[in-house]
Design a protein around this ligand. Structure first.
Ligand SMILES: Cc1cc2nc3c(=O)[nH]c(=O)nc-3n(C[C@H](O)[C@H](O)[C@H](O)COP(=O)(O)OP(=O)(O)OC[C@H]3O[C@@H](n4cnc5c(N)ncnc54)[C@H](O)[C@@H]3O)c2cc1C
Length: 499
């Protein structure tokens, strides 16, 4: 007989999106299964650029230090031109860290190392990926989802309250839901390969722009490894040989050099570029996250980052609803994340068409937010300073005992934060599980000694601000409007503790 089991959330696919969701659910005590059809972790470097906003999220997830230590920063770009000249290429400035934005690193971490750090974090919560388990079939009803899994040990039926398809660009979950995936094929294909080679130094990212834009070759030292990542456009039609021999020939042709010797290829892939976004991120009790919901060219290094941030948005909402919050909260996942992916598709496509892999401000994802979300509350409406829906900036502050601390330290974790700005030290609302209250002011728990909170937020004395678990501002209300906070918090599942 086929074994049956139950869980609260079934996550299909253990790439960056599925792993992030697993970490988010694990730290909220949600029961889940994370299944992956591959027998072992995916070996390729693929999404190697970790953007500043993802670095902040990794800090919250407790993996930033290990990701940075496993990887490194992007080296400068060194160009080889058709006329035989060479030179360092100007990159858009990364910007210095500021009080409000602590991370401006050009962080490179091969995707397999980033995912390894995520699996370590999962293991620290006593959870793991189930490799070699494939989702074969599912069906949903009003109470849950019934899924058939298959693996070397046979088949299994799992009954879950929710299913999340974080199963990549060819998503089985998306196809089973029969959702539209409109967009365009961009008429450009790329190859990507992780190789051991001799003949090039590791201090720069080599760009051979000798044969023109349709035949460039990028050779990046892969930080945290002894390998290089090769990348470049290839014809959409026909086969590209990505064996050791094929890549050696391609490198020799595009570099016009016979002193670069490829020794081995650990992973290689050829892919046609598309820009597509799924019609809906949610169908009843089934959700899509990451590449399953949006695919796009690699220009601008957005894909892994957007996938991580999808899961970071969905995780706390699923946990809240499983804990009793209104189901309507789940609809805000698509409402908030689909416009972000639509904008990212346009950005990556424009960068591809412009022939640049820009790493400037727009690709850093620090300015993304949810201002038009139904989860935003402003009373009165604000005309300056931070708005509801914006990313909540960091700020160095002092604890009342004189210790240095950052606003981010108050936000980190699974809870919501209520911040009284130059208010008296009495909360205007009854205490509730999942909400922490802090006061910032001259004689408060935390002191804005450098004026960084003032500068970053533009709050007025007496204002109350609610920060969501994912680090976005949920609500800002003046002293006269504090009565709006109670229904707002109840709407996200934070009801007053029984007295
Ligand atoms: C060459 C290249 C360079 C890139 N560079 C960057 C970059 O610099 N920065 C960036 O942010 N992004 C980059 N990306 C994109 C990035 O790799 C993807 O956006 C990212 O992997 C998406 O993560 P995901 O978790 O959504 O999907 P995936 O990583 O594709 O994971 C999906 C997982 O689901 C599993 N799966 C599928 N079907 C099933 C099933 N039925 N049952 C169980 N498991 C299943 C798959 O085996 C897979 O492991 C690049 C991509 C490529 C190809």
């Amino acid at each position: 007989m086929t074994p049956h089991s139950t869980t609260e959330v079934l996550i299909c696919g253990a790439g960056a999106a599925g792993l992030t969701l697993g970490i988010e659910l694990a730290r909220r005590g949600v029961d889940f299964r994370l299944v992956e059809m591959l027998d072992a972790p995916f070996p390729g470097s693929r999404g190697k650029g970790v953007q500043p906003r993802s670095q902040e999220i990794f800090e919250d997830l407790g993996i930033l230090e290990r990701v940075v230590a496993n990887g490194g920063s992007y080296p400068p770009l060194f160009e080889y031109r058709a006329d035989g000249s060479t030179g360092l290429m100007q990159m858009p400035p990364a910007g210095e860290p500021t009080a409000a934005e602590p991370y401006h690193m050009r962080l490179m971490s091969p995707q397999f190392l980033t995912e390894a750090a995520m699996r370590e974090r999962l293991a620290e919560s006593g959870r793991r990926v189930e490799f070699g388990r494939e989702l074969k079939e599912f069906d949903q009803d009003a109470e849950g989802v019934t899924a058939r899994l298959a693996g070397a040990n046979g088949e299994e039926i799992v009954r879950a309250r929710y299913l999340v398809g974080s199963d990549g660009g060819r998503s089985f979950v998306r196809r089973t839901l029969d959702l539209g995936f409109p967009g365009e094929s961009l008429g450009v294909a790329f190859f990507c390969a992780d190789v051991m080679l001799e003949g090039l130094d590791r201090s720069v990212w080599h760009q051979f722009n000798i044969l023109g834009p349709s035949e460039f070759l990028a050779v990046a030292p892969l930080m945290g490894t002894d390998m290089f990542q090769l990348q470049g456009p290839v014809p959409v039609e026909g086969e590209t040989d990505v064996s050791l021999e094929g890549l050696s020939k391609l490198v020799a042709e595009r570099s016009r050099r016979d002193d670069i010797a490829l020794r081995s290829v650990s992973w290689a892939s050829v892919y046609a570029t598309n820009a597509r976004i799924v019609d809906h991120y949610q169908v009843g009790r089934v959700f899509l996250a990451g590449d399953a919901a949006h695919i796009h060219p690699p220009t601008g290094g957005q894909g892994l980052n957007t996938s991580v941030q999808d899961a970071y948005n969905l995780g706390w909402k699923l946990a809240a609803v499983l804990g009793g919050a209104p189901e309507a909260l789940l609809a805000t996942y698509e409402e908030e994340r689909r416009p972000i992916a639509a904008g990212m598709l346009t950005l990556a496509t424009n960068l591809l068409r412009g022939g640049v892999s820009n790493r400037g401000r727009t690709t850093q994802q620090l300015d993304l937010g949810y201002r038009s979300s139904s989860l935003c509350l402003e009373r009165p409406q604000r005309s300056a300073g931070i708005a509801a829906g914006d990313r909540a900036p960091d700020a160095p502050i002092l604890g009342a005992a004189g210790q240095s601390i950052r606003l981010f330290n108050l936000f980190h974790g699974a809870h919501w934060t209520l911040l009284g700005y130059e208010t008296d030290r009495r909360s205007p609302i009854a205490p509730r599980v999942g909400l922490r209250t802090h006061f910032v002011g001259p004689c408060a728990d935390f002191i804005d000694n450098g004026g960084h909170v003032r500068d970053a937020y533009g709050l007025s004395p007496g204002d109350w601000m609610v920060v969501r678990p994912d680090g976005y501002v949920g609500a800002i209300v003046s002293a006269a409007e504090v009565s709006a906070l109670d229904p707002y918090l109840a709407g996200v599942g934070l009801t007053a503790n029984p007295s």
